[in-house]
Design a protein around this ligand. Sequence first.
Ligand code: IVH
Length: 664
Amino acid sequence: MQEEVKKLRDLINYHNNRYYNLDSPEISDAEYDKLLRELILLEEKYPELKDENSPTQKVGGNVYEKFETYRHSLPMLSVDNVFNESELFEFDIRLRKNLKKEDEILYTVEPKMDGVAVEVIYERGNLVRALTRGDGTIGEVVTENIKTIPSIPLTLLKNSKYNIPELLEVRGEVFISHKNFEKLNSERKAEGSAIFANPRNAAAGSLRQLNSSITKKRNLEVFMYGAGLIEGIEINTQKELFTALKSFGFKINPLNRFQVSIKEVISFYEKLEAERKNLPYDIDGIVIKVDDINLQKNLGVKTKSYRWAFAYKFESIEETASLIDIKVQVGRTGVLTPVAILEPVSVGGVMVERATLHNFDEIKRLDIKIGDKVFIKRAGDVIPKIVKPIKHLRTGKEIDFKVPDHCPSCKVNLEKGKDTLLRCKNKECMAQIVERIKHFVSKQAFNIEGFGSKLVEQFVKNKLIFSYSDIFKITKEDIINFKNMGEKKADNLISSIENSKEITFSKFIYALGLNHFGEYLSNLVAEKFENFETLKNTTREDFEAVYGIGTIAADSITSFFKDEENLKEIDKLFERGVKLVYKKQENSNLLSGKSFCITGTLSFITRSKAEDKIVELGGTIKKSVSKNLSFLIAGDSPGSKLDKAKNLNVPILSEQEFKQLILF
Ligand code: IVH
C-alpha cells in the first residue's frame, strides 16, 4: 500500500508541476481531482501513511510565481542508475555488445552534483536564455537569475582553440556550497522564515526567485557537464567538449576524469566516496558517460534516459550523534509532535542539530532513550532521521522518554483523538496561538512582510495578540519598545500590516488555519464557492460533493464555521479592514494578455506586492524588456531597462499611472 500511495503522490505532484509551474497541464481538472480524491481516501483509510508533504496537504508551486516557459531544443533526459559493482560491469559489457566493440570503451567520470540542472543558451557567443530542466521537454526561463552566478559568462570567451559557435547550449548543475547553505539558513532562522531542508532545495528555491537580486545574494555556483545543440564547431569526445567549455570560460569540476577504463571508473567511485565528506558541496554519486560522441550517437536514447550514460549512487551518509533530549512541539492545531535534539554534528558537510520523529509511536518503534548514541542519516531530500540507537554503547544512564500527559506550554491535560494523535485542546494555549499567528502572517497567507517568528513570540508573550484580529489593532506605540525594533522598523511593520488587508479569497481561507486545509484545498474551495457568505453556509454534504474534499476535510470546515467564536473573530477581521478579493470579479481579467516589467523603486507598494497584483488582475510579469512587452513600469531611479524600452517603443507607465491602473 505504501508503494501505491507513493506512486499516486508522485503522479499528482507531476501533474501539479505541469499545471502550476509549467502552464501545460496534460490532464483535465476533473481527472486531476479524481486522482486527488483517490489519494485522500487512501490517506483516510491508512492514517499511518499520512505525510505532511503529501499533495493533499500542500501543493508545490505558487500560483503567482509565474515564469515563462520554453521548449528545450533537445530534451534534457535523465540517467539510469546502477546499484553495485557488478551492474556497472554488466553495463559496460552490454554497451560493448550493442556497439559490437572488441576493445575497451573509454568513459568520462564525474561527481554527480546534488543540485539543479540548467541549460544556458548562447547565440553567436551571447547568452540569450537560460532554462531549468523543467519536465525535461519544457523548462522555465530563469535567464536573469542565472546571470547572477559569477562563473557564468555572459559572452563566450574568444580563444585560440575554438571559434565562437553559432549556437551553443551548455548544460550543468547549479548548487549551493555547504558554507553558503549554512549562512542562508541561519539568516532565515533569525528572520523567522522557514529554513531549507538541504542544499539542493536551497539551490532550487534560489533559482526560482522572481526577484533576481535575491538570487544574487544566495551565492549560487555551477559546474557545466554537457551540451544540447551545438552549431558551428566540431566536438568529437566528451573530453573535447570539456576542453571547449573551459576555453569559452565555463566552470568545470576539477575532479572529473576523462577517457578511463571501466576498472578506473570503480576506483574513481571508491576514492570519491571516501573524499565525499570533505567536499564543500553535496554529491550523491558519480555519472559515467561514454567518451566518444559518435558512439554516444550510435547508442542513442530511450524514452526518458540516455543509453550512453549511467549514474552510480553512493549510500546515504550516516553519522553518529548523541541524543540530548526529545522536545515536544505544539502545532497550530494543538497536535503534539516529538523532535529529537542532537548534539550538533556534521552530516556530509551540513550541520545537524534536530531530527524529525514524526509521532510518539516512532520513539517506541526505534526504541531510543534520551542520552543514547544514535545513527542519523541525511538521505536525499529529507530532513535528518534517526536510523537506530547504538545499544551496545549504553551506559545505563539513558532515560526513557515519557509521553506527556499534559501540554508542555499551557499544562492542560491532553486528549488522544481517533487518529491516535495527541492534542492540546486549549485554544488559549500560548504555543498554539504563536503557531496560528505565524501561519496567519506567513507568505502563503496574509504575507505580512517583516513579521517573523521572533516578533510573533514577543507579541504573544506581551499579551498584545491573542487572536488574528488583534494584529489589525497594533499601534506603533505598542511595539516601539520591543527588542531590536526602533522607529523605522515599527513604521514598516505597521504599513505592512495595513497593506496586507486586501487579500485573495483562497489565501484568506488558508490563513484561517483550518485543520487539513493547506494551500491546495484552500484554493479549491475558493474556486468552487463564490464568496465567503456562501462558504460559511455550505453544508457538510455540499462540501463532500466537491471532488477533492474528503470527509475529514468536510468535517473540519463545517465544524469550523459552526463555531460562534470563529465567526465572531472573522467578523472582527472584516470590521478592522480586511477585504476579500474574489478572482471571478470582473476586474480579474483587467490585465489579461498584457505583460509588465518593473524597473526602479516603487513608493506606494513593494515590488513583490505589485507583481502579485498584476498577476491577480490577469497580467504576466517579465523580467526583461523585449519588443513584445506591453508596458514597462518605471519607478524611481530606473535602470537601463528604461532606455531599452524607449528604443524598442515599448509603452512606459509612470508609478502614478500604474497606481491608477491597478486601483482603477
Ligand atoms: S549528465 C547524460 N553529469 O543528475 C546526460 N548529470 O539524471 C545527463 N547531474 O538531473 C546528465 N551531476 O542534473 C550529468 N556530472 C553530471 C551531473 C549530472 C549531476 C544531475 C543532472 C540530472 C541528473 C541525471
